[in-house]
Design a binder for this molecule. Structure first.
Ligand SMILES: [Fe+2]
Length: 336
């Protein structure tokens, strides 16, 4: 029985040594500056939330993600557990309340309630597509300004390199109601000697569909030399064009601004998102993605032999199409 069941994620908090450089990267990535001081940078997307990423000034580090409680009572309830602090009032845009904690890997986990949507939000909807003979857009042009930043809807999920993935899932289930969607194995899942490659886990929102994953754990010993920390932070884009437009802008600026393409564009097997991963100048990986799978809480956890993904002739690889992942760098300890 979980203490609470979180209903979303609101924002992520990173730490990096130069806020001007981080701001420029996030502007190219598609965000807008909300507030910038000597100590912190607050950025928003084009969705209703007042901000979706906070960057504090300091040594490169991932400080954590902020989950959303369904009520003030739930926020009070989680704040009474050993892992979380008393409820504090937030001074950031949109106000609200927060309780701060840390998980078993020492990664920050916050729970908030009552952050108000921004007043200047303008309804953001994807344009209809005319595909496969289905005509949905008539007497209306689809036009983007070439080179204009892509539209980000929200902070969608994040990946963590953990030293004990089953224990992490249990902790998040106990505190926040997180449930497994896909458990990944490099071989037969039924064989106890098969190494576990990760777990994708989602929110339990009852019969209301939830993202395929809000959190994804990867084995720290395999990907980051045993150092627990950030694998990537991920932002949902308005539509597939926005993933591709973002790719074009970051490609165009990568030499001058020191960006690095980690992996993309492609479509994932697990979760099905169209994805594109970029390293900031501080090497903290940020993902653009859209069109992911949704499941309600009746959908059972799945055990996947990842070596069977893909055509045998093509070799295994965690994308349905797109370039191969670089296993040597994806999620490495440069993420901090
Ligand atoms: Fe992701």
């Amino acid at each position: 029985m979980s203490v609470i069941k979180a209903i979303g994620v609101q924002y992520c908090t990173l730490q990096c040594p130069d806020l001007d450089i981080q701001e420029q990267f996030l502007l190219h990535f598609g965000m807008h500056t909300v507030e910038k001081t000597e100590e912190a940078l607050i950025m928003r997307g084009d969705g209703p939330q007042p901000f979706i990423e906070v960057c504090k000034k300091g040594e490169k580090k991932f400080l954590g993600a902020t989950y959303i409680a369904s009520s003030m009572e739930d926020l009070e309830k989680i704040s009474k557990t050993d892992a979380f602090s008393d409820v504090e009032e937030l001074k950031t845009p949109g106000g609200g309340f927060i309780s701060r904690g840390a998980d078993l890997d020492g990664i920050g986990v916050e729970v908030c309630f009552g952050i108000k949507d921004r007043d200047d939000y303008q309804t953001l909807l994807p344009q209809s597509s005319n595909e496969g003979g289905q005509v949905n857009r008539i007497n209306e042009r689809k036009r983007y300004v070439k080179g204009a930043p892509p539209s980000i809807v929200r902070f969608g999920h994040y990946g963590i390199n953990s030293n004990d993935i089953p224990a992490a899932l249990e902790w998040y289930n106990e505190h926040l109601g997180i449930i497994a969607t896909d458990k990944l194995f490099a071989g037969d899942p039924k064989d106890p000697n098969t190494p576990m490659m990760g777990i994708f886990a989602r929110l339990d929102k009852g019969l209301e569909p939830a993202d395929h994953h809000t959190i994804f754990w990867l084995p720290a010993p395999m990907v980051s030399e045993g150092k627990p920390g950030l694998n990537h932070v991920s932002f949902e884009m308005l539509q597939i064009d926005d993933v591709l437009r973002g790719h074009e802008i970051l490609q165009r600026n990568k030499e001058e601004f020191n960006y690095e393409l980690e992996w993309g564009v492609g479509r994932h097997y697990q979760g099905a998102q169209v994805f594109d991963y970029w390293r900031s100048p501080f090497k903290q990986t940020h993902e653009h993605q859209t069109d992911g799978d949704y499941f309600d809480n009746t959908f059972p956890p799945n055990e996947v032999d990842v070596t069977k993904d893909g055509l045998e002739s093509d070799g295994p690889g965690p994308s349905q199409w797109g370039p191969d992942i670089n296993f040597a760098t994806f999620g490495d300890r440069r993420n901090g």
